[in-house]
Ligand binder design. Structure first.
Ligand code: ARG
Ligand code: ZN
Length: 881
């Protein structure tokens, strides 16, 4: 484990390497505990670099056993090797030279899952961001691009498969029990895209013919016996390849594209050139074991990693500060892909829910940072929802400002100008400026200023002048290290909706730029006046969530109800329902805290039930409308001094009010949408199941009996329905015999499927209330739990910390204490996992003082540990600051 050195990396310190890497030849002699890595690296001194400058290569926990310079053993006086670096002095001034370095590594002991490690008997690698230096000494930074040849030697029986990047060159036997394979990747790439996989896996094979008529072999490797569960991933891959050709004009560029599913993985997946490595959770699916959400995630992540081949691999990042250049852009691309494959509006609603529940709290708390940060202590802690999801929103705003064609022109120029390069955010923005002749200087502040912009809105209608004036004011909150902010360019889509539901896009006569249906807010305060408006319209603003901002618009509930009923933009309708729900829910939380009886406004219930019962609306949309803002959403809206128990109690009371008033509607919905045909994993089928299951949960509340859910559990023929029924049982009636039976039946039925048991862990970890801590502790002793497997830990400890507000924040602080112990236990094994989990405490300052003190005390225990990893040290210091 790398313990903290306190070193901070600054963007301002960037400079190119002194030596240019020309090519890389690696030979691996694989062994579970003693793998030999021979790296032959050819360098030359960059022009203009001082002749005395040494070559300094990165390492992490490395042991070197031999070093040759131009094939001859190097005099020890000319180099210094430590586990963290290799420095070589007295190098030629202008001619290329070759370094051959041998390191010995232990994959079995690599519990960090960075570099070369073992998972279920398979050798696998993860090199982004700085894992390659755990394999060999190397200029391990993304702006060092080279062509790689890879030789892999391994025991043949245990490792029939030997895979690496690029195209397969050939292979043969090697001694009595071994064999070797050689791979060549013709595309220059940075080390973080290197991958190697060896082992014994099952194969699913297919082909794809590209737009220029080349045939590409497609292979997905999974554990033997799981091949049928990779069919959906393969289908998603082919659709992704086609979509990228059609929408972005991007063709695949090798003879083979491979995906390997592994069961121990720190993140979702990794876009290594030609050899993507995936957390098996995002590959394996069939109706019996995967939920609709699993299918949607697989489709999105397969697409995401595939799309990286152009946005990430062909054009990579100059340095890690530019991470959003590949991640924000690629998330935007996978969002657009999913929108085209599914329902665009429903997809957008899900994206915004995710952004609000994950990114907004990050942007409002101690870990807030710009989409393009300027300093880091541990880069692994910057694979954040801000870089990814807000980064995607920033890309989306460029498309909104420039329009479809303008965006496409900019993207085409980006691919043309920077293919094969390591680029920056500035390079990216410049392509859109140059292709469109538009100055995006102010817009680029989105990359540099953290914090969710707060927009205050008011509108006044002048009936004699027939004008509408829309007054907007923006405020960017202070964030760590940055208090004074400049006004930003905020594109807000809008419509003026008349009494009869007709929509107008008006142009402003004064106040600023309005193009099409977009108002461009560019000043701190701006008033846009629209003329020729016959009667007072209802303003639908930030349609489609065109800008990732918080709107404070004192719109009357009649206006919101009007939008909820009439807006042609489904997203805006959902948003209006949310805006109607939030004051109801925050009011209920306050009432519950004071011990009063919560009453739910009839007007709100009527709007909600009208939408629910409207059979002209797609089921998935109605299910979203009925999924009220979460407890975390309510906590954020309340803004501080929060009592999670009161928030929970208030929300439950509101749900009861809706359930009672809507029992008839929910009964009908449940009946209509239960009678669906055979299972299909598409969006339409998923939408029906979502609506049916939310109706079931309201019916269960209304009846206050586990009977319906128990029956649904017994009759379910797919994992979505089964897990929803189990969730309703466990969360509503944790002690009921029906629940105990269902949990036991589920455990027995899926005892051999770890990914399904993760759902069993998560469902139990999120049972509301103080008793959940003991449940989690008991589950950790389950034979199905494995403290070294990231998926298990995230499903149990992670879901408890992130998704169980009442349990995690129990008033006596016992869960914080437990959590701190877990972090300290995980950290020495897997710092990335520990640091990611720890962010669950990032919003502790929003808790009421009693809980806040206890959370702080738990954080202080972590901080006091003398041997934290850089990862955890960085998070705990920032969260406490
Ligand atoms: N590039 C990967 C993706 O988003 C994520 C890899 C993150 N790795 C890490 N060690 N933080 O597709
Ligand atoms: Zn990515």
């Amino acid at each position: 484990m790398r313990t903290d050195t306190g070193r901070i990396v600054h963007l301002a310190d960037y400079r190119p390497t002194d030596f240019v890497l020309e090519r890389v030849d690696l030979t691996f002699e694989l062994d579970p505990t003693d793998t030999k890595v021979e790296a032959r690296l050819i360098f030359h001194r960059r022009e203009g670099v001082d002749a005395s400058a040494p070559l300094v290569l990165d390492g992490d926990d490395l042991t070197m056993t031999s070093l040759l310079f131009d094939q001859i053993e190097l005099d020890p006086a000319r180099y210094t090797a430590t586990p963290e670096s290799l420095t070589i002095r007295d190098l030629p001034e202008s001619v290329p030279f070759e370094i051959t370095v041998v390191t010995m590594i232990n994959p079995e002991a690599n519990t960090q899952l960075m570099g070369l490690y073992r998972t279920n008997g398979i050798y696998a690698t993860q090199c982004e961001a700085e894992g390659f230096r755990r394999i060999t000494y190397f200029p391990d930074r993304p702006d060092v691009l080279a062509v790689y040849t890879i030789n892999i030697i391994a025991d043949k029986a245990a490792n029939p498969l030997l895979l690496s990047n690029g195209n397969f060159l050939g292979g043969a036997g090697f001694g009595p029990d071994k064999h070797f394979a050689a791979w060549f990747d013709p595309h220059p790439k940075p080390s973080y895209l290197f991958a190697l996989v060896a082992g014994d896996l099952g194969i699913v094979a297919d082909t794809f013919t590209t737009m220029s008529g080349r045939e590409v072999a497609l292979k997905i490797y999974v554990e033997h016996g799981k091949e049928p569960r990779a069919a959906y991933a393969m289908d998603a891959l082919k659709r992704s390849m086609k979509w990228d050709e059609e929408v972005f004009g991007r063709e695949y560029d090798l003879d083979i594209f491979m995906i390997v599913a592994v069961s121990d993985f720190n993140m979702g997946a990794m876009e290594n050139k030609g050899l993507n490595i995936f957390n098996d959770k995002y590959v394996l699916a069939d109706p019996e074991t995967a939920t609709d959400q699993d299918y949607a995630n697989i489709e999105a992540i397969i697409a995401h990693e595939y799309f990286h081949n152009w946005t990430g691999n062909r054009i990579t990042c100059r340095d890690w500060f530019q991470l959003c250049l590949k991640e924000g852009l690629t998330v935007y691309r996978d969002h657009e892909f999913s929108a085209d494959m599914r329902s665009r509006s429903v997809k957008r609603i899900a994206e915004v829910r995710h952004l609000r529940s994950e990114q907004f709290p990050e942007d409002a708390g101690p870990l807030a940072h710009p989409v393009r940060p300027t300093k880091y202590r541990e880069i692994n802690n910057f694979y954040t929802t801000t870089v990814y999801e807000k980064g995607s929103e920033v890309t989306r705003m460029i498309a909104t400002i420039l329009g479809r064609d303008g965006f496409k022109k900019g993207m085409d120029l980006y691919f043309e100008r920077h293919d094969g390069e390591a680029a920056t955010v500035e390079d990216f923005v410049k392509c859109f400026e140059d292709a469109n002749g538009r100055d995006l200087t102010q817009f680029a502040l989105w990359y540099h200023q953290a914090g969710t912009p707060q927009i205050t809105v008011s509108s006044t209608y002048d009936s004699s002048a027939k004008t509408l004036t829309l007054s907007l004011e923006q405020m960017i909150p202070a964030t760590p290290g940055h208090s004074a902010k400049e006004p930003m360019h905020i594109p807000l889509r809008f419509a003026l909706i008349s009494e009869n539901g007709a929509e107008a896009v008006a142009s402003a006569i004064s106040g600023g730029e309005v193009s099409g249906d977009v108002v461009h807010l560019t000043q701190r305060a701006q008033a846009f006046t629209f003329a020729g408006i016959g009667s007072r319209p209802v303003v639908s603003l930030n349609r489609g969530f065109s800008a990732p901002v918080s709107l404070h618009f004192a719109q009357g509930s009649e206006d919101l109800a009007h939008i909820a009923r009439h807006d042609s933009d489904l997203f805006a309708r959902w948003e209006a329902i949310t805006d109607l729900a939030l004051p109801v829910l925050t009011g209920a939380a306050k009432t519950a805290r004071e011990g009063g009886a919560v009453e739910t406004s009839r007007a709100f219930i009527d709007v909600l039930l009208a939408v629910a019962a409207d059979e002209t609306l797609e089921p998935a949309f109605r299910a979203q409308a009925l999924s009220l803002p979460s407890e975390a959403d309510i906590a954020r809206e309340l803004g501080g001094n929060n009592d999670p128990d009161a928030i929970h109690a208030g929300r439950q009371a509101v749900l009861s009010g809706i359930a009672t008033a809507g029992a008839g509607v929910f009964g009908k919905l449940h009946a209509i949408h239960s009678a669906s045909g055979p299972f299909t994993p598409d969006a339409a089928g998923a939408g029906k199941r979502a609506l049916k299951n939310i109706a079931l949960s309201f019916l269960t509340i209304a009846e206050n009996s586990p009977a319906l859910a128990a029956a649904a559990f017994a009759s379910a023929d797919n994992m979505t329905d089964l897990s929803q029924a189990l969730t309703i049982l466990a969360h509503r009636f944790p002690e009921a015999v029906e629940t105990k039976n269902a949990l036991a039946a589920f455990e027995t039925r899926f005892a051999s499927n770890a990914l399904v048991l993760d759902k069993w862990f998560s469902i139990q970890a999120t049972i509301p209330g103080a008793a959940s801590l003991d449940r989690v502790k008991v589950l950790m002793q389950s034979p199905h739990f494995a403290p070294t497997n990231p998926n298990r830990v995230r499903s149990l400890v992670g879901t408890f910390a992130f998704g169980n507000a009442t349990g995690f924040n129990r008033a006596d602080g016992a869960a914080y204490h437990f959590f701190a112990e877990q972090i300290l236990a995980i950290d020495p094994r897997n710092p990335q996992l520990a640091a990611r989990l720890l962010t669950a405490l990032r919003s502790w300052r929003l808790l009421e003082p009693g809980r806040a003190d206890k959370a702080r005390a738990a954080l202080a225990t972590i901080e006091a540990s003398p041997s934290l990893s850089t990862d955890v040290r960085d998070i705990v210091d920032r969260v406490l600051k």
